[in-house]
Write a protein that binds this ligand. Structure first.
Ligand SMILES: *Cc1c(COP(=O)(O)O)cnc(C)c1O
Length: 829
């Protein structure tokens, strides 16, 4: 009854969990209890394949991928688990026969929000693709007690609430107290002679924290491979506190315990912003130490020789956040395992790969040497030695060039000296990849040209992707059904098959069905918003959507300025050709990022004025939907007509939101930035709306850029800015938007809002003109879906597997073991 996939077996297991796990009956059971009981019943059905997968990988001695990421933005698991495991219908029917709606039950699930934005969601999509492609893989991360904050909006301002996501328990994870890793901090290094007279280094007098593993099953589509996401939680070292206790200071011992456990208390809520905080470095090292110890323990069980580590393990570093792994792996191999520097280095470089996610200087991690030395003295020694040996290679490559030595040094001179973690990651790994074609080119030409010159073959591109299982099959059932009814379901595991839809763009009946599906998604979103906020969104309009972290480089402000231009046009009676439009925004600002928070306030204030003015709201509605997160993205994206991807060219490494929209039939309105370039290549220029300066043009303009010029030369731009800074949208809140005026003018408008505003407005005008011709619009929307296949994370992962990891699929047999063998299998052997 715990493994059968029939409707009746699921009902039985659900009822059992409700009674014997949750301890409730039909009178006392809450919706939350029923969700938990169902989640447990679903998890039961993943266990057989989970064990089967791990057993098979072990027995076959396969090479595994280890994806190390400080963030996993998983969202909800219920929907994807039942779809991938193949019993969605049975679960839905079982619940319906008991009188419950599966859809409503799913709404009880809190998002696992252990990430900020695109980087964390990419890690989550990768896990889905790795399992679906039958690749042996572990995701490693931290089990933060508090994920990304819950965003509230009060009087238009963002307010942050703690995300206590584990409050009701997490039905998907299994705690593994037996998998615990001691992690050291602080102390000092002593050099001693070993028996052979060699100098060896011991890290002593450290403080210790224990990492405990929590495992979550990751089911691939088809339900055969079930990989593991292993998250580490910090626990106090019992012996350490016991020692204090014996000395009589019980309270201090308990306080220390709390202190140690604070390590994994909370996710840092910054996206693409480096702060240099000690607690963050502790998190990073704790994470890396736990994960590498676990990987090494598993490798040792294989009985292979150290030189075989690279043929058994591919470790991918998601950004520089885990890049202290370079030094930690060297330390383990030398100080614990007794390998020579040369051997350890060869193994380290061959095992590690590094993914760069941004070129923006404020995001690049550089740890101050004194702080790093205090926490990780042995690692600092190792990094100095890596740098020393590396710089002698540089000196050979660029003879007599002392500038190159300073430029390329892993240690940046200054007060204090700083460790350039991106350089450490490049030097210490065999592969450095960017995440879209343009980004990889800029990485090589602008960020680290010397490294690209030194090791051209280390650099490669892996354009990001998204999993179509979550962002189309699960998020948009009516569209998924229409597609499958039309071309079959091959696209679910081979997204390139969406190409088969191309001929149907010319099919009137299909276009009609496609348009109906889009209308249905708009209605579903409007219903959801009404339930959650009480707002009434008109659905018979263009849905123009910008959802992503709030960041100046992403230019929500550009979108807002265009809305003010529209407002002025409507107020001036220039409504000819205007179609009713709903602008939807969503996104969190880092709590310390004042300008991003002010942009949220501006959007909300514009929303207030626009939505409440009957002259205007006929044409224009503006909504900021609070608490953007994965589960909300899944509801908004299917409803979108226009996908706003308007970052300043050269700033968005890839973007993945853009891909989700494309797959759901929204047309991209975007700059030639990140993966937008590749989206245009796939969809065709005529099926998206591209505007603005190119990355090269931005750099060319930068030295002489004068935002005033654009303000003075364009009447609509001048009128919009004059209106904004006249206080029209902040009546009773004098001068609150002054920092925006300042950044656009005196501040030099670093993100070129004013330079791009005219071409953005022209592109928006084209959107409306195009939408007026519904037939043509729907044809373009279909073509977007049909050509979105490249942006599957399955394609991305297949490329990593081949070019970087050299890992092969491992077929997993279906475990058909019945429960009659359960007792037999449990007997002492
Ligand atoms: C996809 C996704 C992102 C990334 O969006 P971009 O537009 O690429 O920045 C961020 N947050 C959530 C919740 C997502 O689902």
């Amino acid at each position: 009854m715990r493994s059968g996939n029939s409707k009746d077996a699921i009902k039985w297991d659900f009822a059992e969990h409700l009674k014997y796990n949750m301890g409730v009956d039909s009178y006392s059971a809450t919706e939350q209890d029923r969700f938990m009981a169902l989640a447990n019943a679903v998890r039961d059905r993943l266990i057989n394949q989970w064990l089967q997968t791990q057993r098979t990988h072990h027995e076959k001695g396969v090479k595994r991928v280890y994806y190390l990421s400080l963030e996993f933005l998983m969202g909800r698991a219920m929907g994807n688990n039942v779809i991938n495991a193949g019993f969605e219908e049975a679960v839905r029917d079982a619940m319906e026969e008991l009188g419950y709606s599966f859809e409503e039950m799913r709404e009880q699930e809190v998002d696992a929000g252990l990430g900020n934005g695109g980087l964390g969601r990419l890690a989550a999509c990768f896990l889905d693709s790795l399992a679906t492609l039958d690749l042996p893989a572990f995701g490693y991360g931290l089990r933060y007690d508090y994920g990304i904050f819950r965003q509230g909006v009060e009087n238009g301002h963002q307010v942050e609430h703690p995300d206590d996501w584990l409050r009701n328990g997490n039905p998907w994870e299994i705690e593994r107290p037996e998998v615990s890793v001691p992690v050291n901090f602080g102390g000092r290094v002593q050099a001693v002679q070993n028996a052979k007279g060699q100098t060896v280094y011991q890290w002593v007098d450290t403080d210790q924290v224990i990492g405990v593993a929590f495992d979550t099953p990751i089911v691939g589509f088809g339900g055969k491979t079930v990989n593991t996401l292993r998250l580490w939680s910090a626990r106090a070292n019992e012996e350490f506190s016991f020692h204090e206790f014996n000395e009589g200071d019980y309270v201090e011992a308990v306080a220390d315990k709390v202190h140690a456990e604070n390590l994994t208390k909370v996710l840092y809520p910054n996206d693409k912003l480096y702060l240099g905080k000690e607690l963050r470095l502790k998190q990073q090292y704790f994470f890396v130490a736990c994960s590498l110890a676990d990987i090494i323990r598993r490798f040792k069980k294989s009985g292979k020789k150290w030189k075989d580590l690279p043929s058994m393990a591919a470790i991918q570093l998601n950004d520089t956040h885990p890049s202290v792994a370079v030094a930690e792996l060297m330390r383990i191999l030398m100080d614990h395992e007794g390998l020579t520097w040369e051997t350890a280095w060869d193994i380290t470089v061959k095992t590690l790969g590094y993914t760069n996610h941004t070129l923006m200087p404020e995001a690049l991690e550089k740890w101050a040497v004194p702080m790093f030395e205090k926490l990780l003295p042995r690692h600092l020694q190792i990094i100095y030695e890596i740098n020393h040996r590396f710089l002698s290679q540089v000196a050979i490559k660029f003879p007599g060039n002392t500038q190159k030595l300073a430029d390329m040094s892993i240690i940046e001179e200054g007060n204090p000296k700083q460790i350039r973690m991106a350089y450490l990651a490049i030097v210490g790994s065999h592969s450095t990849n960017g995440v879209a074609a343009l980004h990889t080119e800029l990485l090589k030409s602008r960020l680290v040209p010397n490294f690209a010159q030194m090791w051209p073959n280390r650099f490669n591109n892996k354009t990001n992707g998204i999993t179509q299982r979550r962002f189309l099959l699960k998020a948009n059932p009516p569209l998924a059904k229409l597609i499958t009814d039309t071309i079959g379901n091959g696209w679910v595991t081979n997204m390139a098959e969406l190409k088969k839809l191309l001929p149907y763009a010319e099919d009137t009946a299909f276009r009609k069905q496609f348009a109906a599906v889009k209308a249905q998604a708009k209605q579903a979103l409007a219903d959801q918003v009404l339930r959650e906020t009480g707002w009434v969104i008109e659905t018979d309009r263009i849905f123009d959507v910008q959802i992503k972290r709030i960041h100046e480089y992403k230019r929500q402000l550009l979108n807002a300025l265009h809305i003010i231009i529209l407002y002025n046009r409507i107020k001036a009676g220039k409504t000819k050709g205007l179609l009713p439009r709903t602008f939807i925004f969503g996104g969190k600002a880092a709590p310390g990022y004042a300008m991003a928070k002010l942009i949220i306030k501006l959007i909300n204030n514009i929303s207030n004025v626009v939505n409440n003015d009957p002259d205007v709201n006929k044409y224009l509605q503006v909504y900021f939907l609070p608490n953007y997160r994965v589960s909300l993205a899944e509801k908004i994206i299917p409803a979108a007509d226009v996908s706003e991807q308007i970052s300043t060219a050269g700033t968005e490494a890839s973007g993945t939101g853009n891909m989700k929209f494309m797959a759901n039939g929204a047309l991209t309105l975007g700059t030639l930035d990140g993966a937008n370039i590749e989206i245009r290549e796939e969809a065709g220029d005529e099926n998206c709306f591209i505007f603005g300066l190119t990355a090269d043009e931005v750099e060319e303009l930068r030295p002489t850029y004068d935002p005033y010029k654009y303000y003075l030369e364009n009447q609509e731009i001048k009128d919009a800015l004059d209106l904004l800074f006249s206080g029209h949208f902040n009546f009773g809140e004098p001068n609150i938007f002054e920092p925006i005026r300042h950044t656009l003018f005196e501040g030099g408008d670093n993100y070129f809002h004013l330079a791009d505003l005219a071409s953005y407005t022209a592109a928006q005008d084209k959107v409306v003109a195009q939408y007026a011709d519904q037939d043509t619009w729907v044809r373009k929307a279909i073509i977007n879906v049909a050509t979105s296949g490249k942006f599957s994370s399955d394609r991305t992962i297949a490329e990593y597997a081949k070019d970087i990891w050299d890992v092969k699929p491992c077929a997993i047999d279906l475990n058909t073991e019945g429960e009659e063998t359960l007792i037999e299998a449990t007997k002492r052997k």
